[in-house]
Design a binder for this molecule. Structure first.
Ligand code: GLN
Ligand code: ZN
Length: 759
């Protein structure tokens, strides 16, 4: 009998219950007990949804982030929360977001750094370590969840992050090597596994996704050391790898002394045969056969074609699972009542993926005939998508074929362009601007909802949004910002907004996926060839420009980001879909320019996160990604200033590609890292202008003038002042006006100080 199991379930809730509970709690409008109560309900609900499985993940639930949870389990908290008042929960949220529900402005601390979880759009809180870091077990959270699951009658399989991946994800706050901490860390893992064994766990899923990345020899050795130490534990270990192929780590992964191995058989299909060759006879192999990273229905018949021989070979030793945790897909397709029925029939969310898993399990254990109806229905859906006219647009395919390199080339080099731009923009030294969005207030959301429910007419909606734009413009003028934005009030989301206006896109109502903490995104579904029926932003920007004499930036989302933040069709290369998007954005850029917009920002917030996990695959991604941006952006005249924005600044390894995008100005995220991330500019002379963020918008904290001056002064040591801009880390949509105004006031004052200091 093959078993079926899951690696992790979305925790946010089908209706984002966790998000709302957290936000109410942070506002001080709910007690600890109320928050924890909602969390418990969600877990119970999630376990019910997974009842048909032979093993159900436990401990995958988190109030904010599973890596932060692991840091707390291991007793690895930053020194700055030591001795602070309150409960563990207070400290948990202090590390997560700079303050607990009870903290006031004056006793908040800086939040832990946040970064992307492998190549997903999920962000984790980076564990901080130094040579002096010590670990001590605090298993309370996972043990209580285990007890809860057992009481609910669930076949519980605790999930933890493995020791090597934990260190791999950590960041040294001194000059030590984090790998040196392994010997201190392993005893705590040993204790944790003992506790789980005592509590009745039979299997523990120990996640080591670092195994799908290129590892130095010392990291490879660390795996051997770690699992030789942990082999004496009394639980069976299922070592879980996901998000890709094992490649040169394959033999290592197969031979570690654990009881089972999980591999991603979606991205690693071709490797499965080799895994079967190397896997010792005593081990279970968990085959991740259902894509945990996308929302398309699995072709079950095709999957069985390759899975059956694997099952024949492995017999009892086969487990079947999604490729990775289902954290990265929405909860339930059944909630989607408005989705076009054709398109809906092509999709599967977390619950539907588990149903697919059950069908696969039955087909393997009892033969295909036992699930004949399900397999026939699946075939109808898969074929309907393959042959749909809505997916294939010959005209779009032909335009992409005709793309030439010239399309991505600006008319003149940067030095010539910038002279022309400066001549007519007349900006001061250290110009100030923001990244685009202003707070999405409850009023804005209410209006959007009313429009959706047809309780508000399109005209009323436009008027409401125009009033928001007026407000944003007048606030910016009062603040004295140099380059203004319209505030993006009309945009629910920077990708969905564009997707909604492009052919080839579909939208879910509840297809939310956690991005970080309480923040969720609802990736649109790119199902077909892309085209732009008409201008998407021009009227709004023109209106905003009509309200002010200051330059107004046109705001667009770039093709790579639209792609990376969508659920993308899997029936053609991503590069092909990206070029289609690039052509659509290019038309918009040219329309904005024709409407008299002098500065156009094309956000490529997500360019970096699209990087393949393995460096060997980077260049080919960067080639088509950068080319797509260039095609979108570079059709404009020299006088038109192109900005781009990126939600990070770890550029060290891709700085040349970033420079090759040839944007006139790039604004980036740097404030949490103290401008440390700008070190790369000491070696590589980035030729164009840069705005390193001085205001951490992911935290409710307000930067002081001194802080901002200090940060910019540090930046000016690496980049000439003439090429520096002063701006926040990212858009302000998640913040409140009460925070944004003083923060931007301080930012503008800082710019004035900097100008004075520069003489
Ligand atoms: N222009 C967008 C905004 O300001 C950029 C958001 C982002 O980079 N994530 O909201
Ligand atoms: Zn950003």
């Amino acid at each position: 009998m093959a078993l079926i199991h899951n690696l992790g379930f979305p925790r946010i809730g089908a209706r984002r219950e966790l998000k709302f509970a957290l936000e109410t709690f942070w506002k001080g409008q709910a007690s600890d007990a109320e928050l924890l109560g909602t969390a418990k309900q969600l877990r119970t609900h999630n376990w019910q949804a997974q009842q048909a499985l032979d093993w159900v993940p436990v401990g995958d639930f988190s109030l904010y982030d599973q890596v932060l949870d692991m840091s707390f389990t291991l007793g690895n908290l930053p020194d700055r929360v030591e001795g602070l008042e309150g409960s563990e929960l207070d400290n948990y949220f202090r590390v997560a977001r700079g303050r607990s529900a009870n903290d006031t402005d004056c006793n908040c601390i800086h939040a832990g750094e946040m970064t992307k979880w492998f190549d997903t759009n999920y962000h984790y809180i980076v564990p901080e370590v130094t040579a002096n870091t010590t670990f001590s077990l605090n298993a309370e959270r996972i043990l209580s969840q285990l007890a809860e699951a057992q009481a609910a009658g669930v076949k519980a399989k605790p999930v933890i992050i493995g020791p090597v991946t934990y260190l791999w994800l950590s960041k040294e706050k001194d000059t030590s090597n984090r790998l040196d901490l392994l010997s201190k860390l392993l005893p705590v893992y040993g204790q944790l596994l003992d506790k789980l064994a005592d509590a009745g766990a039979e299997w523990v899923q120990i996640d080591e996704p670092a195994l799908v990345t290129e590892l130095d020899e010392d990291w490879q050795r660390a795996f051997e050391t770690a699992y030789h130490v942990l082999r004496s534990s009394r639980v069976k270990l299922l070592l879980a790898t996901y998000f890709g192929t094992l490649k040169e780590n394959l033999r290592l992964a197969c031979n570690l002394p654990v009881d089972g191995l999980h591999v991603d058989a979606v991205r690693g299909r071709d490797e499965l045969r080799v895994v079967l060759d190397w896997l010792p006879e005593y081990k279970v192999l968990s085959v991740g056969a259902i894509n945990g990273r996308n929302i398309w229905k699995t072709d079950l018949n095709a999957t069985l074609d390759w899975l059956e021989p694997v099952a024949q070979k492995l017999g009892e030793r086969l487990w079947i699972a999604p490729s990775c945790s289902l954290l990265h897909v929405p909860v339930d397709l059944d909630s989607e009542q408005k989705l076009d029925t054709d398109i809906r029939s092509w999709l599967a969310f977390a619950k539907q993926k588990l149903a697919e898993l059950s069908v696969l399990g039955k087909a393997i254990n009892q033969g295909r005939a036992a699930v004949g109806d399900e397999l026939a229905a699946n075939k109808v859906a898969v074929d309907s998508r393959k042959n749909s006219e809505r997916v294939h647009n010959p005209q779009v395919k032909a335009t992409v074929k005709n793309i030439t390199a010239e399309l991505g080339q600006r008319q003149s080099p940067y030095v010539e362009r910038i002279a022309k731009q400066r001549a007519h923009l007349k900006l001061p030294l250290y110009p100030t601007t923001t990244i685009g969005s202003f707070p999405q207030t409850p009023d804005i959301r209410k209006a959007r909802l009313a429009l959706k429910k047809q309780e508000m007419s399109a005209e009323q909606y436009t008027a409401t949004m125009r009033a928001e734009i007026e407000h944003a413009v007048s606030e910016q003028e009062k603040l004295g910002l140099d380059v203004l934005v319209h505030g993006e009030a009309e945009r629910n989301d920077m990708v969905e907004y564009f997707g909604e206006q492009l052919e080839g896109y579909a939208f879910s109502q509840f297809g939310w996926v956690q991005s970080y903490g309480s923040r969720c995104v609802k990736p649109p579904i790119l199902f077909g060839d892309i085209s732009r029926p008409k201008a998407m932003t021009v009227e709004w920007i023109q209106y905003a420009q009509s309200l002010t004499d200051k330059p107004m930036k046109g705001m667009l989302t770039g093709p790579v980001t639209i792609l990376n933040w969508s659920f993308v069709r899997d029936d053609q290369p991503r590069s092909e879909s990206c070029l289609q998007l690039a052509l659509a954005v290019r038309q918009e850029v040219l329309d904005l320019e024709a409407a008299g917009v002098n500065i156009i920002q094309i956000d490529e917030a997500a360019l970096r996160e699209g990087l393949p996990l393995r460096k060997s695959a980077w260049q080919s991604y960067l080639d088509w990604a950068v080319e797509s941006f260039r095609i979108a952006a570079n059709g404009v005249a020299d006088e038109t200033q192109i900005h781009t924005h990126m939600c990070y600044s770890e550029f060290n390894d891709i700085i040349e590609a970033i420079a090759h995008m040839d944007a006139d100005v790039i604004t980036i995220e740097t404030s949490r890292s103290d401008m440390e991330l700008l070190n790369v500019f000491e070696e590589f002379e980035y030729p164009n202008e840069i705005g390193p963020g001085v205001y951490d918008i992911h935290s409710p904290n307000i930067p002081s003038v001194e802080q901002a001056v200090k940060l910019m002064t540090k930046a000016a040591e690496r980049i000439p002042a003439e090429r520096l801009w002063v701006n926040p880390d990212c858009g302000l949509k998640t913040r409140q006006w009460e925070e944004v105004i003083p923060a931007l006031q301080n930012m503008v004052s800082a710019a004035k100080t900097l100008r004075k200091n520069a003489g």
